[in-house]
Write a protein that binds this ligand. Structure first.
Ligand code: NA7
Length: 502
């Protein structure tokens, strides 16, 4: 039991993951005066996605001045679309500046987390045990590489690796390189491969819609003026965010005009960029723009038309020691095979052994991977899943999403500090109602019907937010306490907060 004292009580918090969200949450907790924070990071550095993904051409497809923390604009971005290494450097710099890095226990993965009596007990790969009032799960979305289920994959005798595990020891110069996949990652890698390799065979299962937003280098004088006047930078952040919010984010949730615009721009890009009608036909998707995540890229179409690039649309039959065999019986001999086959987006914190009050996460999520307001898993009190299922995603900045969710979580923690409860849990009825609310909006979106994508869960439901960004921000502005049960330690029955609703 926590005793009352002159000072408001301070919680202990364990944060799992020192990527973009873990760094953000730590900064915000510290600013609230909460300093009993332990950050457990499985790898040797902060940065998450940007530490992991080092493939040639890695860059963010959201404009750099939008893809920054709102409180930490960066005058140093070199391009409109920042490269992976400078984004990594940005997170390392911010993490050091705000005193986050010293709180991180590196190379220490969480193996299990168990809840009992308003406390979490967390065990790690180093055999340590930590306890805390709250756990913030900031493990990210796309971090479990998906390997394709293709016969003979293990038989390939050349070098083979996934884009998220790029093997920089492999010299690609003059080699015969194959790449499976044509998603956002492949669209960035292929132009670099074409520059380096002798030949590049691109195995495309489904073509993708590509939007070209010209990239450009920021001059030294622009950077100098931003350094002098950070408010101009904040304005850039604001304007980019508004521009994306009112165009592409609305295009995918069914707004006619915005969808027409996105459709026009993607079709025009294809028509203008690819002159050969046969190649153009192969690159033309048969589903609506935005059904799969719109690829923002200005170099792929040029690259695929280079003489050493080959687009292969015959299905892959099997992989052999020497290369890839397609359904037409042809063996495509290769020295290197790159798997640009995406991620398992529904793994979240797993394979961690996560146990709530009654059940473990494998059972809880057996039928559906779901969370109330993307954050709360009923039965797992005081556990916050950041960027959980149905976080908006789309073509929006994931940093903006984390900032909104962080504010929401801090408001919950603030109530704990005010001794309103020791433990807080989302009601299962609230989760059901939330899911129905999401489902009601999905039919209008472009994600349903017509394509396969990583947005869809096992039931074919998009794990996305089907309404506007503005609506999400509004609904996330204050936790609706009617959707929770709370407890104080020693109390046997949970308390329904407010009037409750189903
Ligand atoms: P994506 O967008 O999930 O793309 C994966 C690609 O791999 C896609 O083209 C898939 O084809 C292809 N794929 C996957 N499995 C196979 C098999 N078995 N055979 C052939 N082709 C296959 O991943 P990315 O890494 O490009 O991007 C992920 C996100 O990262 C992106 O949306 C941004 O948010 C950043 P398919 O289209 O399924 O036919």
């Amino acid at each position: 039991m926590h005793s009352k004292s002159e000072e408001r009580r301070k919680p202990s918090v364990i944060i799992i993951g020192a990527g973009m969200t873990g760094i953000l949450m730590t900064i915000k907790l510290k600013q609230m005066g909460i300093d009993e924070i332990t950050i457990l990071e499985k790898k040797e550095k902060v940065g998450g996605t940007w530490r992991e993904n080092t493939y040639p051409g890695v860059a963010c497809d959201i404009p750099a001045h939008m893809y920054t923390y709102s409180f930490e604009p960066n005058p140093e971005w070199s391009h409109r679309f920042a490269h992976g290494d400078e984004i990594q450097a940005y997170f390392e710099r911010v993490s050091a500046k705000y005193g986050v890095t010293p709180l991180v226990r590196f190379n220490e993965a969480v193996t299990s987390a168990r809840y009992a009596d308003a406390r979490w007990t967390v065990k790690t790969s180093k055999g340590n045990t930590f306890t805390a009032d709250f756990v913030v799960c900031a493990t990210g979305i796309l971090h479990h590489p998906a390997r394709p289920d293709i016969a003979g994959l293990g038989d390939f005798k050349g070098a083979m690796f996934h884009t998220a595990e790029w093997d920089h020891s492999v010299d690609l110069k003059g080699k015969r390189v194959g790449i499976i996949g044509t998603g956002s990652t492949a669209a960035q890698v292929i132009p670099e491969l074409v520059k380096l390799a002798g030949s590049v065979s691109v195995f495309q299962r489904t073509p993708q819609w590509i939007l070209k937003i010209p990239d450009h280098h920021y001059s030294e004088s622009s950077k100098a003026s931003w350094r002098k006047n950070p408010r101009r930078l904040s304005l850039y952040h604001y304007l980019y965010t508004k521009a994306v919010e009112h165009t592409f984010s609305k295009a995918v949730i069914g707004k006619w005009l915005q969808h027409r615009l996105a459709d026009y721009l993607c079709r025009r890009n294809l028509r203008k960029s690819v002159k050969d009608p046969v190649l153009r036909a192969k690159l033309t998707p048969n589903y609506r723009v935005g059904c799969k995540r719109i690829i923002v890229n200005g170099t792929f179409y040029d690259a695929i038309q280079k003489p050493n690039a080959h687009l292969i649309t015959d299905r892959i039959k099997q992989i052999e020691a020497k290369g890839v065999v397609t359904e037409d019986g042809k063996l495509h001999e290769l020295d290197v095979l790159v798997l640009s086959t995406g991620f398992h987006p529904f793994n979240f914190m797993r394979p961690m052994d996560l146990r709530g009050e009654q059940s473990d996460i494998e059972h809880t999520w057996q039928k559906k991977v779901q969370a109330y307001r993307s954050i709360f898993i009923p039965g797992y009190p005081n556990f916050f899943l950041m960027l959980g299922p149905n976080t908006p995603i789309g073509n929006f900045s994931v940093i903006a999403m984390s900032e909104v969710q962080t504010q929401y979580v801090l408001k919950v923690i603030e109530k704990w500090r005010n001794e309103e409860f020791d433990a807080i849990d989302a009601r299962p009825e609230a989760l059901r109602a939330y899911n129905e609310y999401l489902k009601a909006g999905m039919s209008k979106t472009v994600w349903v019907g017509g394509c396969q994508s990583w947005y869809l869960d096992a039931d074919g439901d998009p794990a996305m937010w089907p309404y506007s960004w503005q609506q999400w921000v509004k609904e996330m502005s204050e936790p609706d306490m009617r959707d929770f049960t709370t407890r104080t330690v020693g109390q046997t029955e949970p308390v329904l907060t407010g009037s409750g609703r189903s």
